[in-house]
Design a protein around this ligand. Structure first.
Ligand code: ZN
Length: 242
């Protein structure tokens, strides 16, 4: 059986993930036009936290590569927060990412700018099917499977709660930080692979808070530290690692 963002009872639906991302884009644009630019400062702070602790540390290095250990309570909180991101569930994203590592910059890579092209990365990557063997370990984790099954329900819940409290929160706490996180993901997928091979990239390092040591990461994905000045690795050492 194939693992994909298309639903097979376990996997988020590929159309729904796009709908969610389109919603995030629309709410970010129209919300900012309506409320103004002041709220963006809060969005940027949330985005920095979300990108370092959820996207880079939890999703990528903890679940994607099992590169460090953290205590159960930290893992539970960060797993919950990570599922408020609009890049799919931990299970779905990890399947895609591990496949990318296995076949990076080849015909089988799911997001190579030189092989598939940038259009594919931006719009088609959510269609790719990945064998379930890529996430064998995570399929044994009932919490992760439960999060996966309820991924869209969770988003609907978060959207509804924030809207009921104050639609301003939906714009600046949910939509804009998620849009920035999505852009950050696209930067990581494109910029360090532009030469047709994984390269270290200072631009990626600055824009993504630590993911720029990309060649180092591809050379040794079991190391949570990608480079000497890796901000995410600093956060892992200071706040997460047991
Ligand atoms: Zn990786």
């Amino acid at each position: 059986m194939k693992l994909s963002f298309g639903i097979d009872k376990i996997i988020p639906n590929k159309y729904r993930i796009r709908l969610l991302q389109a919603f995030v884009l629309a709410v970010s644009i129209f919300g900012t036009l309506y409320y103004g630019l002041e709220g963006l400062l809060y969005s940027i702070i949330i985005y920095i936290f979300m990108n370092i602790f959820c996207g880079n540390a939890t999703l990528h290095r903890y679940y994607g590569h099992r590169a460090f250990e953290m205590s159960t309570w930290k893992k539970n909180i960060l797993t919950c927060l990570t599922h408020t991101m609009t890049v799919g569930s931990v299970l779905g994203w990890t399947g895609h990412h591990r496949w990318h590592h296995k076949y990076s910059d080849t015909e089988k890579d799911i997001h190579s700018p030189t092989v598939n092209g940038i259009y594919h990365i931006l719009f088609k990557v959510w269609d790719v099917n990945i064998p379930r063997s890529m996430v064998k370990d995570l399929l044994k984790d009932s919490t992760i499977v439960k999060w996966h099954k309820n991924y869209f329900k969770w988003h609907l819940f978060v959207i509804a709660i924030l809207t009921l409290i104050n639609p301003w929160l939906l714009v600046y706490v949910y939509a804009v930080p998620n849009l920035l996180t999505l852009i950050s993901g696209y930067i990581i997928a494109i910029v360090p692979h532009m030469s047709g091979d994984a390269e270290n990239s200072i631009l990626t390092e600055i824009l993504t808070f630590g993911e720029g040591g990309h060649k180092n990461h591809h050379d040794d994905s079991s190391n949570y530290r990608f480079s000497k000045y890796d901000i995410t690795a600093f956060a892992i050492e200071k706040f997460l690692k047991t």
